[in-house]
Design a protein around this ligand. Structure first.
Ligand code: 1CP
Length: 437
């Protein structure tokens, strides 16, 4: 292919590994796909070398540099997806705000928004295609250079998270300046959130036109909102984004899976699973089985190993991954961490994480194909089972009594299967329905 063709968003190489895209849609995959948030990052020596002495946002503006940084982790590990190297804060920049990456401090806005009047200083009608053209170029180039190895994920920050940075002026643990706006200036807050939503929709559509094959929306600051504020200041905008992007893509016969990741926002899991996203990303503070129950099979799930588990020895990482897979099941699941990789993490352990996901999930899937998918109903005569297995009289009495007491209960300890219903047929007969996931 001619070098100039790499800048055109067409004639992309054929996709060779579609496990990630299939899992987004809840379809069967040969293994559970895996990628890591911040997989292009400072934990990789080659990343530190490429970035050495260079301004962070200047790097973001160089399509060649973004492409190289995106590809680096894929040369080391068999990740099932790539995520474009960029940052969520390119949007406030496109709206006219100055954002710098200060070493040891993180993103910094020298002049954050202080009062609602400051909204007038923002560029409300942003020419997204022009201002963020460098991101689109990076996506197109990377999609070509990936040579169809894995799909490329585009991303954005969600309106509330971006608003929080624009008001806080940088990282904050409480987000108290931004939350002050929600309580004191609700109208201006909605005005800003709406402004951001419109830009985000156009930005995501631009990313798809440039070659992104999936989109992730990062609501990284969901945790500092409670359920009530989340309902008012985050959820409606998250929904709007997915709906508008999907409606517009539909018009051109396209359909791209979307992932929503509301960190620490699992109080809203039920709502998030009905917000037009195919995938809900989870941080590590929620139990996989509970997340499955609460989302009721409506969406695929992504996550959620504690990133700090990567500090454990490799054998322990493997055990943690196995448990996580048994909890989520192998269908409609994308393995990831519950948040991004930290700079001091050992790349070897990242490799162990990826390998554990692939190995354990293949094993579970082999078991599943041996047993067949769906429901496996076992009618057991308790009396016979207990005698056969030498279970004592007392135990039998206990079991029968317990079952009569609890006609129906869910017992989810039968990995890799879910022992779903457990009800008494007669005094001594039980029906176990194993749902093979
Ligand atoms: O110089 C450096 O390398 C700085 C570290 C770094 C990196 C690697 C920053 C600064 N941004 C990025 C890239 C980045 N940012 C990606 C690249 C793709 C990949 O994941 O491999 C992505 C997806 C982001 C998204 C991003 N930026 C988020 C959402 C995800 C999350 O972490 O919750 C957020 C909140 C940011 C802001 C940001 N940019 C950088 C830092 C250190 C931060 C967080 C600041 C804070 O603590 O609030």
């Amino acid at each position: 292919m001619d070098k100039d063709d790499l800048i055109l968003p067409k004639d992309f190489p054929e996709l060779k590994n579609d496990a990630f895209l299939l899992a987004c849609r809840g379809q069967e995959t040969p293994h559970v796909p895996v990628w890591c948030m911040r997989q292009a990052g400072r934990y990789l020596p080659e990343f530190r070398e490429s970035r050495a002495g260079k301004d962070f946002f200047a790097t973001c503006r160089s399509p060649a540099a973004c492409c190289e940084l995106t590809l680096q982790p894929l040369r080391r590990f068999p990740f099932d997806a790539a995520i474009i190297f960029s940052d969520i804060l390119v949007i406030p920049q496109a709206m006219g705000m100055d954002v710098q990456m200060v070493a040891g401090k993180g993103p910094t806005f020298p002049e954050p928004l202080k009062e609602p009047e400051d909204l007038l200083l923002l560029q409300s009608k942003v020419d997204v295609i022009k201002e963020l053209d460098y991101v689109f170029k990076a996506i197109t180039l990377t999609r070509h250079k990936l040579e169809g190895k894995v799909p490329l994920i585009g991303f954005t920050g969600a309106p509330w998270t971006l608003m929080a940075y624009m008001i806080e002026g940088g990282a904050s643990t409480t987000q108290s300046k931004a939350k002050r706006w929600l309580y004191r200036h609700p109208e201006a807050s909605h005005q800003l959130l709406k402004m951001l939503t419109d830009i985000i929709v156009e930005y995501l559509l631009g990313q798809v036109a440039a070659g992104a094959q999936a989109l992730q929306v990062f609501e990284s600051h969901a945790g500092c909102l409670g359920p009530v504020e989340f309902q008012e200041f985050s959820l409606p905008y998250l929904r709007d984004i997915a709906r508008k992007v999907k409606d517009q893509l539909k018009e051109s016969g396209q359909d791209v899976p979307m992932i929503v990741f509301a960190k620490d926002g699992h109080y809203s899991l039920e709502d998030l699973s009905q917000s037009h996203y195919e995938v809900v990303g989870l941080d590590w503070t929620i139990d996989p089985r509970s997340a499955r129950e609460r989302t009721g099979g409506k969406v695929s799930l992504q996550g959620n190993m504690d990133p700090c588990a990567l500090y454990a020895p490799k054998e322990r990482i493997s055990e943690i991954v196995k448990k996580m897979l048994e909890g989520f099941g192998t269908r409609g699941y994308i393995a990831n961490l519950g948040h991004g990789l930290y700079p001091d993490m050992d790349p070897e352990n990242v490799g162990a994480f990826v390998e554990a996901v692939h190995t354990h999930s293949r094993h579970l899937l082999n078991l599943k194909s041996a047993l067949g998918e769906g429901k496996l109903i076992l009618d057991l005569n308790l009396e016979e089972t207990c005698v056969k297995h030498g279970l004592g009289k007392q135990f039998r009495r206990f079991l029968v009594g317990w079952m009569t007491l609890k006609q129906q209960l869910t017992w989810r300890r039968c990995s890799p299967f879910h022992l779903d219903t457990y009800d008494t047929l007669s005094q001594c007969r039980i029906r176990l329905t194993l749902i093979v996931l």
